[in-house]
Design a protein around this ligand. Structure first.
Ligand SMILES: O=C(O)CCC(=O)C(=O)O
Ligand SMILES: [Mn+2]
Length: 198
């Protein structure tokens, strides 16, 4: 995959590529506004030891009808592709030369919204998934660290940047988008995935 998407940013156990400005600034502005207003944003809850906790961001799930997926302990039946999401999917598929059948959309309303440390290692995603993640809106820090080694990496994800995770990365690395006091305006992140069917 490397010739298509640049140099691998992590030193071992996986592949990570950053394509800055995959979408131009004005196109991103339009896309951000459109997605913010037309997607079916939901506040999800998770249950930990029987306690109901709000997920600190809004989320929604789009994809092919059969691409159902469990995320944060919740079953997600995808909503049908919107024209805008379909167009983004096609542009990313062309660049990555791989197919995606679903997208998880996250809306971080401000710096208090976040995503905890995790790997996208659900079995529905297959052994070594390619996950392509488009950022729109305010910049946020994307933090990664190796599960058993000392390697760490911080990447700033800005308006229009595309991050691609591949290879054995989800087995060995975890990632997060921490809270920050610096950020005041919203960010949308779209993570395109391929759910293995049947
Ligand atoms: O918002 C981001 O950049 C990360 C999203 C993410 O890790 C996920 O949806 O699994
Ligand atoms: Mn993730």
């Amino acid at each position: 995959m490397s010739q298509l998407v640049g140099i691998n940013l992590i030193p071992c156990n996986g592949e990570l590529y950053l394509i800055k400005d995959f979408y131009g600034f004005h196109e991103c502005d339009l896309l951000f506004k459109q997605l913010q207003s037309e997607l079916g944003w939901q506040e999800e809850a998770i249950f930990i030891y029987g306690k109901r906790l709000k997920v600190p961001r809004l989320m929604c799930w789009y994809g092919d009808a059969e691409a159902a997926y469990r995320y944060s302990g919740v079953n997600h039946q995808p909503l049908p592709w919107t024209l805008a999401l379909q167009a983004v999917r096609e542009k990313i598929e062309q660049r990555c030369e791989c197919a995606f059948n679903s997208v998880l959309a996250n809306l971080y309303r401000d710096g208090q919204d976040s995503m905890g440390c995790h790997a996208d290692d659900e079995k529905e995603l297959g052994q070594n998934p390619v996950i392509a993640s488009l950022s729109l809106g305010d910049e946020r820090l994307f933090k990664l660290h190796h599960k058993s080694g000392k390697e760490k990496l911080d990447i700033v994800l800005g308006h229009g940047d595309l991050l691609v995770m591949a290879g054995e990365m989800q087995h060995h690395w975890v990632h997060s988008v921490p809270k920050t006091k610096k950020v005041k305006s919203p960010r949308i992140n779209l993570t395109f995935r391929k759910i293995m069917l049947g």
